[in-house]
Design a protein around this ligand. Structure first.
Ligand code: SAM
Length: 277
């Protein structure tokens, strides 16, 4: 018998999907991990009862967190992903032949294992030999001083509670800025501009203290609170408007959502946010 799974926000709104069966349910040191089969969006990952990603919706998130950075960073040889345990962000990064090495630092091994087993269509690049999966805390990784600089850093973490809380701190952004090459690009998921408006605005403000260029950008992700979602692009000087023609031409042949026009339009900031920044 089909059931409904509801994600509840602030005891005032809920987002439910009809679920045919539960494929995995476990409790890690960090969170409750579940993979379920939904009738509308295929198989989906939930962490602590919050929808994280779903097969038929994930491209609207993973393409948008990855390609604006990858089509504008002058170099893309070394990439760091923090979080991203479902493998979707790594899959999009590894589409580029110029990528030589990717460190993916995910805190929860249970997420990686459950996604490898039950969501292989999302994480279809786990076997790529350029990918180095580290099970560890991205906040600690960002404090390291012994690493070669990264050309692109992508923060594909969860909401600011539990292990992800520190991914929203100034100290974390400063650590990432230290790990970034001088012409590198940093991008983070930056929450809903509606439901989590204050978190979104605070993040962008703090990042402006750390990076020279900081540009929030927007898109829609059906399974996230209310639909609209944001990511924020930051660098020490690279502009998200200077798209590298050859790279965008190559990637937009493969993507479902992302293309040059979507890229440029995504950086339009709504007035109610712009006035706060
Ligand atoms: N990519 C998905 C999507 O479509 O939204 C959801 C992101 S989910 C995979 C975020 C991941 O960040 C979770 O697997 C979580 O375990 C991980 N995470 C949270 N805090 C972390 C930390 N401090 N270091 C590394 N990974 C972390």
């Amino acid at each position: 018998m089909a059931l409904w799974y509801d994600e509840v926000f602030d005891d005032s709104m809920r987002l439910g999907l009809k679920v045919e069966r539960t494929l995995f349910m476990g409790h890690s040191e960090f969170q409750r991990v579940a993979v379920v089969e939904t009738t509308l969006l295929g198989k989906a990952l939930l962490l602590d009862d919050l929808w994280m990603t779903a097969e038929k919706d994930e491209k609207s998130y993973h393409e948008m967190i990855v390609h604006p950075a990858m089509t504008t960073a002058p170099k893309i040889e070394r990439v760091l992903i923090i979080g991203g345990g479902d493998g979707g962000t790594a899959r999009e990064v590894l589409r580029y032949a110029d990528v030589e090495h990717v460190d993916l630092v995910e805190i929860d091994e249970m997420v990686v294992k459950a996604c490898q087993e039950h969501l292989p269509e999302i994480g279809s690049a786990w076997d790529d030999e350029r990918l180095n999966v580290v099970i560890g805390d991205g906040i600690e990784w960002a404090k390291r001083t012994d690493l070669e600089p990264y050309d692109v850093i992508i923060i594909d973490g969860s909401d600011p509670v539990g292990p992800a809380e520190g991914l929203f701190d100034r100290a974390f952004y400063e650590g990432c800025a230290n790990l970034l090459s001088d012409d590198g690009v940093f991008v983070t998921q930056s929450e809903s501009p509606l439901i989590f408006r204050d978190v979104h605005i605070d993040m962008v403000r703090v990042m402006k203290d750390v990076f020279d260029q900081v540009h929030p950008y927007y898109g829609s992700v059906m399974i996230y609170a209310g639909g609209p979602w944001s990511w924020t692009y930051a660098s020490k000087g690279v502009s998200p408007k200077e798209i590298i023609d050859e790279r965008v031409g190559f990637i937009q042949e493969q993507t479902e959502i992302y293309n040059r026009d979507v890229h440029l339009g995504a950086f339009a900031v709504p007035n109610h946010i712009r006035r706060e920044l």
